[in-house]
Design a protein around this ligand. Structure first.
Ligand code: IPD
Length: 262
């Protein structure tokens, strides 16, 4: 699809950051066996990727604001537009040499996400969408799945580490949802979870405790692929609460009902 100038900037930047992170990912394997381990190295790679993305986006659109996972928050001259960026979503996977992580870049305008890009450099999969122009994976149009039976559906989620406040709720969610469906997956990377719902690989996704940068790009990609995305508590703000439930249209109500019973 021929995207807008903004979308082209986002995709070019994601690819560039992806090339750097892919090189770093190659190093992680060597570091696994060293005494220090790859922890510091991965944090540095994450920060360097955010720096590169911020520099390129701000050079292309100097008036826009910027919010990044690594703590960079810049108010732009234009208060209505800002980039929301996760330079490396799926850091734990990256750290362990698991090839499932992505770069997520969204553009917000007047509080609404209007464009999103999620790039998986390992598989060279570029998921992207712009308001009103559909969702795409590389050159192919995306569509959420058409499954309408819970028992045939696969859902993704994120399971928090021990000690995180939302762990008990997530375990209760799992106890309710697992008997109703064909399976639950936890590959990690909320951004890719959302991209996979848009691609019809998963039928739905829910998670608590996320941040705006984990979900901003995915929200528009799922919506433009025909899916429904809502905050877990209907009266909350999706980006601020970080609690999300999404699915294809035929299954959304049933799925959301099970998850919202918590
Ligand atoms: C994490 C991933 C993970 C999700 C966590 C997020 P990060 O983001 O998206 O899948 O379960 O809640 O924090 O830290 O790898 O950018």
């Amino acid at each position: 699809m021929a995207g807008s100038a903004n979308l082209n900037v986002m995709m070019k930047t994601a690819r560039k950051a992806g090339r750097g992170l892919l090189k770093d990912f190659g190093e992680v394997e060597n570091l696994q066996v060293s005494a220090k381990g790859p922890g510091d190295f991965v944090s540095r790679a994450d920060r360097a990727a955010e720096e590169l993305i911020r520099t390129d986006l701000m050079a292309a659109r100097p008036s826009y604001g910027f919010l990044g996972e690594e703590g960079q928050e810049i108010d732009g001259e234009d208060p209505t537009r800002r980039w929301i960026v996760d330079p490396l979503d799926g850091t734990t996977n990256f750290l362990h040499g698991l090839p499932h992580w992505a770069i997520s870049i969204a553009l917000e305008h007047k509080g609404q996400i209007v464009a999103g890009v999620i790039y998986d450099p390992v598989k060279d999969e570029m998921f992207y969408a712009e308001k009103g122009n559909g969702a795409w994976l590389n050159e192919s149009r995306l569509r959420v799945s058409a499954r309408h039976r819970m028992i045939e559906s696969i859902f993704a989620t994120g399971v928090p580490f021990g000690g995180r406040a939302d762990l008990p709720e997530t375990l209760q969610d799992l106890a309710r949802i697992m008997p109703t469906c064909a399976g639950v997956r936890r590959f990690g990377s909320a951004a890719l979870d959302l991209a996979y719902v848009a691609a019809g690989r998963y039928d739905g996704f829910w998670e608590r405790g996320l941040h705006a940068w984990d979900i901003a790009a995915g929200i528009i990609i799922v919506k433009e692929a025909g899916g429904i995305v809502e905050p877990l508590q209907p009266n909350e703000s999706l980006l601020e609460s970080g609690q999300i439930v999404c699915a294809n249209e035929p299954i959304f109500d049933t799925f959301a009902k099970v998850i919202r019973k918590a």
